[in-house]
Ligand binder design. Structure first.
Ligand code: GDP
Length: 233
């Protein structure tokens, strides 16, 4: 005869994980993934130079100055990992980072750079479109929006491109430390309204501040949920 478990343990074992427990487990897994150093892999200016499509990828996109490099650096706890996109030379590189061979982060060049020439914009559009269309391992794009500005026309252009290429994307509001609570609620509501009818957009928005380290745990949890699990390595 086997010894029976105490009732509370038997019940705990037979219960499926609650949403809260599942979320907590993902947050912990995300923390662990980002506790290891993220490695810069390479900068790519042409599609044929992309790494082999052997790991899932997530991509960060947004207007230049939206806070993309600050967010990647805050997520990875590595100050100089991603560099600001608001220098002309950096507007056409896709930068790849490897997280423990479980997932790669792709930093797309920032768009909407005020001094970008027509040919720079054309190059950006061509490379981005090719990348979004043809990149099989791409699981999700995090589209960064400055919370003080909300979604602008240039953001709508990339959202249309993402809808057209059927790449799932999720809005991440940045720099929320600059807003009062009421203002933040307003921009969140406006953002949700704007994405409601967009087919490839996630219906939830992540709010972040790299400065105050807000929302980083939730963003890490989203990323780890798309990564290879330890067992798949
Ligand atoms: P990128 O061009 O999108 O890579 O933007 P950066 O990360 O270089 O950030 C642009 C500017 O916004 C810099 O002056 C940052 O210090 C500032 N910034 C970035 N993130 C935050 C944030 O969370 N809060 C505040 N207050 N400022 C931020």
């Amino acid at each position: 005869m086997t010894a029976s478990l105490p009732r509370y343990l038997a019940e705990a074992q037979s219960q499926p994980m609650t949403d809260k427990q599942a979320q907590d487990a993902l947050i912990e897994d995300g923390r662990l993934l980002f506790a290891r150093p993220a490695e810069f892999m390479l900068s790519v200016v042409k599609m044929d130079a992309l790494p082999a499509p052997d790991l899932p990828e997530v991509c960060f996109a947004g207007r230049s100055n939206v806070g993309k490099s600050s967010l990647i650096n805050a997520l990875t706890n590595q100050k100089g990992l991603a560099r600001a996109s608001n220098t002309p030379g950096r507007t056409r590189e896709l930068n790849y980072f490897n997280l423990s061979d479980r997932i790669r982060i792709v930093d797309l060049p920032g768009y909407g750079y005020a001094r970008a020439s027509k040919s720079m914009i054309e190059n950006w559009t061509r490379l981005t479109r090719q990348f979004l269309r043809g990149r099989a391992p791409l699981r999700r794009v995090f589209l960064l929006i400055d919370s003080r500005r909300g979604i602008k026309d240039t953001d709508e252009t990339i959202m249309a491109m993402l809808d057209e290429t059927a790449v799932p994307y999720q809005i991440v509001l940045t720099k929320i430390d600059k807003l009062k609570k009421g203002e933040l609620e307003k921009v969140q509501a406006q953002t949700l309204t704007k994405i409601a009818r967009r087919p490839a957009a996630y219906p939830s928005v992540i709010i972040t501040s790299s400065e105050k380290k807000t929302g980083l745990d939730l963003l890490r949890a989203e990323i780890v949920s798309l990564a290879l699990t330890e067992n798949q390595l």
